[in-house]
Write a protein that binds this ligand. Sequence first.
Ligand code: MTE
Length: 324
Amino acid sequence: MPRLVDVPAVPAREITPRDTYLRRRELIAAAAIGAAWPATALAQAGGTPRPGKLAALPGQRSTVAGAMTMEKLTPYADVTTYNNFYEFGLDKGDPARHAHRLKTRPWTVAVEGEVARPGTFGIDDLLKLAPMEERIYRMRCVEGWSMVIPWVGYPLAELIRRVEPTGNAKYVQFVTLADPKQMPGLSSSVINWPYTEGLRLDEALHPLTMLAFGLYGEVLPNQNGAPLRVVVPWKYGFKSGKSIVRIRFTEKQPKTAWTDAAPHEYGFYSNVNPQVDHPRWSQSHERRIGEDGLLQRRRPTLMFNGYEAQVGQLYAGMDLRKHF
Ligand code: MTE
């Protein structure tokens, strides 16, 4: 029987996979704007390409000043296999190996302390609390490495506004999950579990401070802090607590896991600062994960991790050597 259009029979292996097809469309779109854009710029034009591994969690490209660095994204494979999440072990590969044991549903976050409206929020309500945004942040670990990660979430301030901090609230403490049944790393005593972190209230309210639920357009992989974590891009990575279960507003500066474990090495502020070295190593340079190998270059570390224009005012008049 004649066909309306004569379609040649194509062997299955020659049909373009959907991902390649979508990627090609992006490239054509980028070319139409007139340049061979790098992946990051491409991502910024149309959203980050999804790895297709976990449930989608798209976000609108953020318009907040400083929220979209143009630097090349760290590959998803590196972001999700080179991690610090001591609850799952001390080796960089341990979180990716063991975090599948973390159950992220049901999940609640208790909000308490100096707030007019304390309460317990379910993860699905938190996901709907404010519009999701994609933000591309430079992240600098205190150990001397860095990554560029496209996060999905919204400003932590959205949640803070809803719980109405009292006039006494000066700090916010974050308490993360510590369940030995799911987290084999809790057998180590490197930290007084649970892992805790803290910010001054004005830091927590800063528009760059995120409550993150996803990365690369998908829900957070467990090893990156599912189902929700804080992200504070101008501070060393350990300030960005993973898998949060409690947020407490306090009048006094709260205890944090690292100031508790080694107060001379890790300060409460822990702003990225190339001029203030860690007692055991320099902080002047960093190595970008994913650039390893012969061509790797040491990058100079930037004051406040490059976010000085946005956050420098928070520390006006403070001695940053004393308040390291
Ligand atoms: N949060 C918890 N609960 N436990 C941890 O061990 N490690 C911190 C931080 N948050 C940590 C944590 C450190 S040292 C870093 S550098 C970042 O998470 C790493 O986040 P990433 O694996 O998503 O890059």
